[in-house]
Design a protein around this ligand. Structure first.
Ligand code: ARG
Length: 562
């Protein structure tokens, strides 16, 4: 229950069913100044239903509303102004968190239905890019958020492990490959081969023809092609796995593009049966003019299938396997056109569940204000970058808290957490500039700042040997009320983050809670031995519980000490 619910419920009881609870909630507003109370209800709408002036209705309501939970309720013109009984609210919120612990804010909106998240999805034999990092951490957080709302998340890594680039790679490997080198540094070596063959194919069309040939062989199950493909894939996956271990992210499925190889004939048949296929310059397309989109290219002239064909098969497979309530594709904004086409083709096939698919797009990362570009050498290599983040965290810990036990573990939690947090606090569709120093800083709106607030509270609670118990507040300094207000907004924030696919709302929430606590800490002597001690500790404890839970939703750990 938050303050809005409290007010809505009181109005609902007083109104005898003149408006639905939900309608009432929508009408409640925050007054311009706190002199007008904590919340206000305008009576204009009711005036139309009740054929009375809003001023009169406001006066009537004030008389009927029961005082429980309010300091006072007054009519100001056409408005009913509510002044909350802050002590009552604090008592309720803090006790509820003490009781429910990290389950505070859990909701059962999802009723255990599946939300499938298409996430990470790097391409075999190519480096794991910063875009893949964004996809990984945003989707992982959304999965946690949806789980808290009662959905069952399914994390799917739709690996880019199929396509003509494998024909290119096999051709290159057969010409210039070195087994030992590939084993030692798979992605580096494979990338070199890939770059070399692409450059040469521009001059030498025979190489391109060879590559097509190899990919066709692969699609037709040729043994040699398959075993090379499998080897490239396994080696690349080993390398990706190291990154996933560092990020502490795992998947329910690694069914990538190749998995759908034997499921594409059905798609082509279904499209054909629906009369949706058209020949176009030897290739086969679905016309999407009526959606104002370019045609979707389903099959090339040589019969090879394409990215979108595999995505069509994947969507159908996921619907059949998981009967998803939602399917989220967490993929960079540059693929917006592709996902529009994908949904449009599925709609044309008569699948209304295409409306439950959402392209959750995100913006580009730059460095020093410049676009990243492999060609211009402006690249961020993820593994060494994560290691550097941990190093930086370690050196800060060394100077702040040199005697800390298990420093390495904490440095890992802080360093990696910092990179994730920085990404997640950015509004998803915006990009950001990659700056490790800023990310790992203990000051500012960073992960370490939030983690530090948590660790500080935990240390206070340890010092006081606090054991959770139920409390009654009878006085509340302003700084404490600020904390209570934020705490009671937690459920609503989780819900909004899910509706908007915006983990940034949780990250910003965590920052404001940590800031509110630090203000409180600066103004109030928490550990002073007097009557209020137990209440202050209970407030601090509730703050720690929610800080940790907010960080968990972001996939960031909360060390007990740092
Ligand atoms: N592998 C692709 C890339 O790196 C992303 C795949 C996104 N998912 C999908 N179902 N198309 O660009």
């Amino acid at each position: 229950m938050n303050e809005k619910n409290l007010v809505a419920q009181a109005l609902f009881n007083a109104l005898d069913g003149a408006l639905e609870l939900e309608q009432i909630e929508k009408l409640i507003e925050k007054p311009k100044t706190s002199e007008l109370g904590d919340l206000a209800f305008p009576a204009f709408q009711l005036a139309k239903v009740m054929h009375k002036s809003p001023q009169l209705i406001a006066l009537d309501l004030c008389e009927k509303i029961l005082p429980d939970g309010f300091e006072k309720v007054v009519a100001t013109g056409p408005y009913v102004n509510f002044f909350l009984d802050k002590n009552a609210v604090a008592t309720q919120v803090i006790n509820e968190i003490t009781e429910k612990q990290h389950n505070y804010g859990d909701q059962n909106i999802g009723k255990s239905r599946h939300v499938v998240l298409d996430m990470s999805s790097p391409n075999i034999a190519k480096p794991f890019s910063i875009g893949h990092l964004r996809s990984t951490v945003i989707a992982d957080s959304l999965a946690n958020i949806y789980q808290k709302l009662g959905y069952q998340p399914v994390r799917i890594n739709h690996l880019g492990d199929w396509g003509k680039q494998f024909g290119m790679l096999i051709t290159a490997y057969k010409l210039w490959g070195d087994e030992e080198a590939v084993k030692a540094h798979p992605i580096d070596e494979l990338l070199k081969l890939y770059v070399r063959i692409n450059a040469q194919a521009e001059q030498n069309p025979q190489l391109d023809a060879d590559a097509r040939q190899w990919f066709l062989k692969l699609e037709n199950g040729d043994q040699e092609a398959l075993s090379l493909w499998k080897w490239f894939r396994d080696e690349s996956l080993l390398e990706f796995q190291r990154i996933y271990d560092k990020l502490d992210v795992s998947f329910d499925s690694l069914n990538g593009e190749a998995f759908y190889n034997d499921k594409m004939a059905e798609i082509v048949d279904l499209l054909d049966a629906g009369g949706l296929l058209q020949p176009s310059q030897g290739a086969t397309i679905v016309n999407l003019e009526k959606y104002n989109l370019n045609p979707a290219l389903i099959k090339k002239s040589d019969g090879a299938t394409l990215y979108i064909t595999r995505d069509l098969a994947a969507a159908l497979y996921r619907k059949r396997t998981y009967d998803f309530a939602k399917a989220l594709y967490v993929v960079g904004g540059e693929q917006a056109g592709h996902f529009k086409q994908l949904k449009a083709v599925l709609k044309e096939m008569g699948y209304d569940w295409a409306d439950d698919m959402e392209h959750v797009s995100f913006g580009l990362v730059t460095r020093d204000g410049k676009k990243l570009s492999t060609r211009k050498g402006n690249i961020i290599r993820l593994e060494p970058t994560l290691d550097e983040a941990v190093e930086r965290a370690l050196s800060q810990i060394d100077s702040k808290n040199p005697s800390l036990k298990n420093k390495e573990t904490v440095a890992h939690q802080v360093g990696v957490g910092a990179v994730k947090f920085y990404d997640l606090k950015t509004d998803r569709t915006n990009g950001y500039d990659f700056n490790l120093e800023e990310m790992v800083s203990f000051e500012g709106e960073t992960g370490p700042y939030v983690q530090y607030a948590y660790a500080r509270i935990r240390s206070i609670l340890r010092k006081a040997a606090f054991t959770p118990n139920f409390v009654t507040f009878t006085s509340l300094p302003l700084e404490a009320w600020e904390i209570v207000k934020i705490l009671q907004n937690f459920s609503e924030t989780v819900k909004r983050a899910a509706d908007k696919y915006e983990p940034s709302l949780i990250a910003k929430y965590a920052i404001s809670l940590a800031q509110a606590f630090n203000k409180y800490y600066a103004h109030v002597r928490i550990l002073e031995e007097n009557d209020g001690l137990n209440n202050r500790l209970a407030l601090a404890n509730a703050t720690a519980i929610i800080l940790k839970e907010a960080l968990r939703l972001l996939g960031v750990e909360a060390p007990e000490e740092m």
